[in-house]
Design a protein around this ligand. Structure first.
Ligand SMILES: Cc1ncc(COP(=O)(O)O)c(C=O)c1O
Length: 381
C-alpha cells in the first residue's frame, strides 16, 4: 500500500519546503509493504524455512491497520462517511480499534470504540491517545444484546452521522488482505509451500488464502479497495498463484472454528488468554477462507513459543503471533519433506500486552510461569 508521492506545494508550504525532501509518503501510505522475516532460530530447529510477515511494523502496530484503512477507504468512496462530520463506531478486541482511531484522527473523523473490559490496558490507552472514545463492556456471549458488537451497531444507528464499520461482515476487510497482504507474501516468497494463521474476524486468513489459492475475484469486488480518492498505491499482481499452496487455520482453545472446520458445528473446549483471535460464529470474512486443514494450539504452547522467540530470535511478539508460529512449527515438523517455505502472520508485538506479560501474578494465575521448553512441546527431544 505504500509508495512515493510528489509533494503538493500548496499543502507542504510551497517554496519554503527544502527541495531535497522530495520523496515522502503520508501515514495511510505507510500501511502495508511490511518485511517478511526469516525466523532463523526456528528454521534451524525445524529444518524448514519459517517466515513471519512483520505486520507489527504497520504504523498502528498491527495487521489490523490494513483492514481499517480498506474499510475507511471504501466508506469514503461510497459517500458513507465525510471528514469533519462522520463518526465511526466499531466493536473490537482492540487492534482494529487502534487502526480505526489512528486513521480517524488522520482523516478528521469521530471514532467510538466498544471493547470487552478484559483486553489489555495498553490497547485501551492507545485508542484513547488517538482521541477516540472507548466504552468498555463486560465480555459476554454473542447472543447477549450487551455484546460489544451489538452495542457498537446500536450506538451507530442512534447517530445520524454515525457509520458502523462492522469488520466481521465488511468485505473490505478480507479484500485488504486479498489485494495487499497475499500479493506481498507471494512476491516476497514466490516458492511458498504453506500459509497458516489464526482468525479473529477471518479477514486475514480469508483474503490471504483466497489470493494464494488463486481465487479470481470479479472486477467490482477486487476494485473495492483499489479505486480510492485517497490515492493509496497498490500494484495488483499480474498473475495469480497456481493452486499448489496449502493453507491452514490455527485456532486457540475456546474458539469454535476448529470444530466448525472438522464437523460443521461451533463447539469449543477450554479457553485461551490470547486476544483478538478465536470466534464462535461464521463471519462473512471467514467464509472466504480456502483451507486444507485446521489445528489447535494451547496457551502453554503459545507462551513457550513467545519466550523462545524473545530469547533466541530477539523478537518479542504478541500471543497471537506466537500461537501462529507454534501452529506453523507443528505443520512444518509433520511434513516429511524438509527445506520447504512456511509463512505466517506477526499480528502485533508483546509490548502491547506488557501489563499482563510482565506480571508474575498474572502469569501464575494463568499457569503460564515455569513453561516447558519449546523443543519438548514440539516433540523434538
Ligand atoms: C492480535 C491479533 N491477532 C490476530 C487477529 C486476527 O485478524 P483477523 O481479524 O484478520 O482474523 C487480530 C484481530 O483483531 C488481532 O487483534
Amino acid at each position: 500500500m505504500s509508495g512515493h508521492v510528489k509533494p503538493n506545494p500548496k499543502t507542504t508550504g510551497g517554496s519554503k519546503m527544502p527541495t531535497h525532501t522530495s520523496s515522502f509518503i503520508t501515514l495511510p501510505q505507510a500501511i502495508g509493504q511490511t518485511p517478511l522475516l526469516l525466523i532463523k532460530s526456528l528454521s534451524h530447529l525445524l529444518k524448514q524455512n519459517i517466515y513471519l510477515k512483520a505486520e507489527f511494523l504497520n504504523p498502528g502496530g498491527s495487521v489490523k491497520d490494513r483492514a481499517a484503512l480498506s474499510m475507511i477507504q471504501s466508506a469514503f468512496d461510497q459517500g458513507q462517511i465525510k471528514s469533519h462530520i462522520s463518526t465511526l463506531y466499531e466493536g473490537t478486541a482492540g487492534n482494529t480499534g487502534i487502526g480505526l482511531a489512528m486513521l480517524a484522527a488522520h482523516y478528521h473523523l469521530g471514532c467510538h470504540i466498544f471493547m470487552p473490559n478484559n483486553q489489555s490496558q495498553e490497547k485501551i490507552d492507545l485508542i484513547r491517545a488517538y482521541g477516540a472514545e472507548v466504552t468498555l463492556v463486560p465480555p459476554t456471549g454473542f447472543s447477549d444484546p450487551n455484546h460489544f458488537y451489538h452495542q457498537a451497531k446500536n450506538k451507530a444507528s442512534q447517530d445520524s452521522n454515525g457509520y458502523w464499520v462492522n469488520q466481521f461482515e465488511n468485505p473490505n476487510n478480507y479484500l485488504a488482505h486479498y489485494n495487499t497482504t497475499g500479493p506481498e507474501i507471494y512476491s516476497q516468497c514466490p516458492l511458498i509451500d504453506v500459509f497458516a494463521c489464526s482468525a479473529g474476524t477471518g479477514g486475514t486468513i480469508g483474503g490471504v488464502s483466497s489470493f494464494l489459492k488463486g481465487v479470481s475475484l470479479s472486477q467490482s469486488q477486487s476494485q473495492n479497495s483499489q479505486m480510492s480518492p485517497l490515492h493509496i498505491n497498490h500494484n495488483p499482481p499480474s498473475q495469480l498463484p497456481s493452486n499448489q499452496i496449502k493453507c491452514y487455520l490455527i485456532d486457540p482453545y475456546g474458539s469454535g472454528l476448529y470444530s466448525w472446520y472438522h464437523n460443521q458445528e461451533f463447539k469449543s473446549s477450554g479457553s485461551s488468554v490470547t486476544e483478538g483471535i478465536g470466534i464462535m460464529r461464521l463471519t462473512e470474512n471467514f467464509k472466504q477462507a480456502k483451507l486444507d486443514g485446521a489445528i489447535q494450539v494451547t496457551d502453554t504452547e503459545t507462551f513457550s513459543m513467545l519466550e523462545f522467540l524473545a530469547h533466541n530470535e530477539g523478537l518479542f511478539v504478541g500471543p497471537s503471533a506466537a500461537l501462529n508460529l507454534f501452529g506453523l512449527s507443528k505443520l512444518a515438523i509433520a511434513d516429511e519433506q524438509k527445506n520447504k517455505s512456511y509463512v505466517t502472520i506477526g499480528c502485533d508485538l508483546g509490548t502491547r500486552y506488557q501489563s499482563k506479560l510482565f506480571s508474575q501474578s498474572w502469569l501464575e494465575k494463568n499457569n503460564l510461569n515455569n513453561l516447558p521448553p519449546l523443543s519438548k512441546l514440539l516433540g523434538l527431544f
